[in-house]
Design a protein around this ligand. Structure first.
Ligand SMILES: [Zn+2]
Length: 403
């Protein structure tokens, strides 16, 4: 039963902590091929020394006091094989019949998944807060991509593509870790069967898993591009609105061929849902802004029309007032000149002549004078420069010289 448990167990002996026995969970956790029975721990797990764990073993062996570690971070393995893990563990002394410490019993439980779930919740909450305070969409999606890259235990490159309004094409959304040439080549791809994982997922409205891009039929047209970018697997999930409309795709790329576990798909689904929230929110904001802009434009147009009308009315009123004043002046002049000598008919009718009686005398600054009917006088006053209504007192320069 102990062998089946996820609790890893190891018995170490002597001051150099030689491995005496261990359960299968210990082998599975540390790595089957690395563990060496009968050899000191530091020899086959050299990474422990730099992280303080050999010191801890030495301390327990020396003092006989057990050590309890909670949520301790351990980097297991070295180089490309290194992985981060979190453990609750106990180092307790093993004693002989007389009470002398002869070794250490190590009991550990890996809590990496718990730790990951906690991180996921924290990242997720931060994203929701970002969405709630209406951060720009690109910022939210970028943050989301970086979150999943941080949380995922293996190297993962996240990508969000956004569907255009007719759902026929996918545009670059966020992919902070994918190379620019790759993002540029993908930007604007059509949705459809066989257009990589994302184009196909968008078209099918369901997840599309390419565990090995090198052999995946959906990737036939993009294989070289993916190889150039060092991408070996791509799991894509459609991002759907509440009404089922396509909003985009969320994808996780890997450097080596990989098939997702249920937990991976769960993680992708959570982020696809979060992305849907952010994108829908963004669309609502955009529509609101567009409606506000339309309302503002209509308001501006109305204000402009009202202003133009007001101006026209003011001008019409001005013209009417000027015409009334001119009429009054002409009536007064006609009355004043009633007794003066005058021709019988209007002299301002041009070559055709005018049969109306001569009523008002006008003159200009050069000394010419003429009698006209009210209509022709008004026309002359309005159209001929320097014409004014003459009065009998007006003597001109001759009168001035003879003063
Ligand atoms: Zn006339």
């Amino acid at each position: 039963m102990f062998g089946q448990s996820m609790v890893s167990f190891a018995a170490l002996s002597g001051p150099t902590h030689v491995l005496e026995s261990a359960n299968p969970a210990f082998f599975a956790t540390i790595g089957e091929d690395r563990v060496r029975m009968g050899a000191p721990v530091a020899e086959w797990m050299p990474e422990l020394a730099g992280q303080g764990f050999i010191d801890l073993l030495d301390q327990v062996y020396r003092t006989g006091e057990p050590y309890i570690g909670r949520g301790a971070r351990v980097v297991l393995g070295t180089g490309a094989q290194a992985r981060e893990g979190f453990f609750d563990f106990i180092y307790e002394p093993r004693r002989d019949s007389t009470g002398n410490v002869i070794g250490i019993r190590s009991i550990g439980v890996e809590t990496t998944q718990v730790k990951q779930a906690q991180r996921l919740m924290a990242e997720h909450r931060a994203l929701l807060e970002q969405i709630a305070r209406q951060a720009p969409l690109s910022e939210v999606l970028d943050g989301m991509a970086r979150s999943i890259e941080t949380i995922a235990p293996q190297e993962v490159l996240a990508s969000v593509l956004l569907a255009d309004s007719d759902g026929a094409h996918l545009r670059h959304g966020a992919a902070p870790s994918l190379p620019d040439f790759y993002n540029q080549a993908i930007d604007g791809i059509a949705t459809g069967e066989g257009v990589g994982s994302c184009g196909t997922a968008a078209h099918r409205r369901e997840p599309v898993i390419a565990a090995d891009i090198a052999t995946d039929p959906f990737w036939a047209d993009f294989r070289d591009l993916a190889e150039q970018a060092g991408l070996a697997a791509c799991w894509s999930m459609p991002i759907l609105a509440r009404d089922g409309a396509l909003l985009g795709t969320f994808a996780m790329y890997h450097r080596s061929p990989r098939t997702p576990q249920d937990t991976d798909l769960g993680l992708i689904q959570i982020f696809a849902n979060t992305a849907a929230l952010a994108i829908e929110r963004h669309h609502i904001e955009q529509e609101k802004a567009a409606a506000e802009a339309r309302a503002q434009a209509a308001h501006d147009a109305l204000a402009k029309a009202m202003q133009a009308e007001k101006k026209l009315r003011a001008e019409a009123e001005q013209r009417a007032a000027a015409a009334a004043e001119l009429n009054a002046q002409m009536r007064a002049a006609a009355a004043a000149q009633a007794g003066a000598q005058r021709p019988e008919h209007c002299q301002l009718g041009g070559s055709r002549g005018c049969a109306q009686p001569a009523e008002i005398k006008v003159a200009d600054s050069w000394g010419d004078a003429a009698w006209g009917c009210t209509n022709h006088v008004e026309e002359a006053l309005l159209n001929v420069r320097s014409v004014f209504i003459a009065s009998e007192e007006l003597g001109g320069l001759t009168a001035y010289r003879n003063r």
